[in-house]
Design a protein around this ligand. Sequence first.
Ligand SMILES: *[C@@H]1O[C@H](CO)[C@@H](O)[C@H](O)[C@H]1NC(C)=O
Ligand SMILES: *[C@@H]1O[C@H](CO)[C@@H](O)[C@H](O)[C@H]1NC(C)=O
Ligand SMILES: *[C@@H]1O[C@H](CO)[C@@H](O)[C@H](O)[C@H]1NC(C)=O
Ligand SMILES: *[C@@H]1O[C@H](CO)[C@@H](O)[C@H](O)[C@H]1NC(C)=O
Length: 511
Amino acid sequence: MLPTWWLLALLAAHASGKKRWDVPTSQAEQHSTGKLQWEPQCQYHLRHLQDSTRISALLPPRLEGHWISTGCEVRPGPEFLTRSYLFYSNRLFKAYQFYYRDPFCRDPSYSLVIKGKLRLRQASWITRGATEADYHLHKVGIVFHSQRAMQEIAARVNQTSGGGCKGFLPPGRSWAPGALYELLSAKTERDCTAALGFAMHELSLVRVEKHYQPLLQPQQAGSRVVEELYLGDIHTEWSERLHYRPTGYQRPMQSAMHHVHPCPACGIIYRSDEHRPPVLPARAELPVQLSGRWVSTQCEVRPAVLFLTRYFIFHGSNRSWEGYYYHYSDPLCRQPTFTIYASGHYTKGIPSAKVRGGTDLAFKVTHARVTPMDQVTVAMLNSSAPGSCGEAGSWSAGLEQDITPTNGCLALGIKLPHVEYELFKTEQDVKDRSLLFIGERPTDGSSPDRPDKRPTSYQAPLIQCAGASGTFARYISPNYVGKEETNQSKVLKPLPVALVLFIALQFVIWD
Ligand SMILES: *[C@@H]1O[C@H](CO)[C@@H](O)[C@H](O)[C@H]1NC(C)=O
Ligand SMILES: *[C@@H]1O[C@H](CO)[C@@H](O)[C@H](O)[C@H]1NC(C)=O
Ligand SMILES: *[C@@H]1O[C@H](CO)[C@@H](O)[C@H](O)[C@H]1NC(C)=O
Ligand SMILES: *[C@@H]1O[C@H](CO)[C@@H](O)[C@H](O)[C@H]1NC(C)=O
């Protein structure tokens, strides 16, 4: 069941809001948003996200060209993969999906070559800013990169597909490097892709964004264009993914011609094909180091029309957390609808048995406050049944209310106290900034309130904007997160050994 906010968000998405919400700047404004202490870097970062001059969406999207993953991606399951998609001007496409055993995308198991045709249709009514498309698959071929991968897939196809697929691999055939087997052919009407949980529904929802990345070299003025291709999301429930029509997005691909710099993975993926799958550069496996403050790196979209940015504070000393969820009705996060503040405690992390490289945690939400930001939300909250969401009849725009005494807010689908079973991972990006990946929310809009609903993939990463004690903050200068005027003397240097040691120690202490 979708909570009421789904409908609310849909209404809000189609009502026009004019007010622009601003990150609080003055002491007085800080006061009005409760006890939130804004770190300048965090504040700068969220402001930057709302800066419309840097991001524009191309409508209708121009897909022609070569699009690539910028790193190792994780899909529900988990599946680890990289992608390289080519769209031609005659609407034909050729897409490579490279699958791996490991979360670093260094140990390829098999590759898919997908050919077909794509036709853009119309602006999506459900997901604002997206374009709907129809696609038709002509062929899907598979190349195995080891004997083991071949056996595993053969067994899956054998188990789950009808008689027509039994012979897709000749029985007793041993692995031949480079041999391509046909999983799907429109001509012979054979389709053995279901056993792999394979569908290309991601192509039915597309969005292209242009960003301007400032140049970091001295003497270089201006910025570099980065183009991102957002394709539809994959359902978190394996049994649903073959039928699910996306309403959200996956991690975006970038144009091979206009991607962020530096991007060590980009060139490798760009040059790959089914016979030479990309093997990404080795990277250190980092323990999850939560302490500090983290913010969204983009306006995020949740399946079914919810746009938001997030801001979290984790206190490692007492394992407590605070989170701010800023909701919007538009894909550039400029028309606020409501803000949720939530807080509580979290458990010590343990390595995930299911998702290599991930850490399992449980989050308890004990307190929450809500600030409606537009009239649609005010009206909805104001008319909720007495005792079900704060003080009925007393809601007004911009005023925060504690919903802890009413055990949450029925209309927004918030129940208190509440436990969520989470999956986290941290990474350093190529500029040595810390990224935090929090588990993907169940696509059906429910909450991961049982261990068996724990996520197996991740949402868009948050970036650390301040450390536990401010130690890291100086490593993230506004210049670095994107300001026109750049000055190399302020550009980040790689973390010194002492700091790496410090991080390692922090982890030990945090436990
Ligand atoms: C497929 O399944 C049949 C029994 O259902 C079995 O005899 C055969 O060996 C299997 N083939 C493969 C390649 O696993
Ligand atoms: C946990 O510690 C931080 C300071 O490290 C403090 O600001 C916060 O209020 C504490 N939270 C709880 C629930 O004790
Ligand atoms: C909220 O409800 C109260 C009581 O029903 C009403 O007096 C008030 O005008 C409403 N406020 C808004 C903004 O709708
Ligand atoms: C860069 O910064 C240094 C010191 O902060 C300053 O002396 C220099 O003029 C700056 N250069 C530019 C191009 O802004």
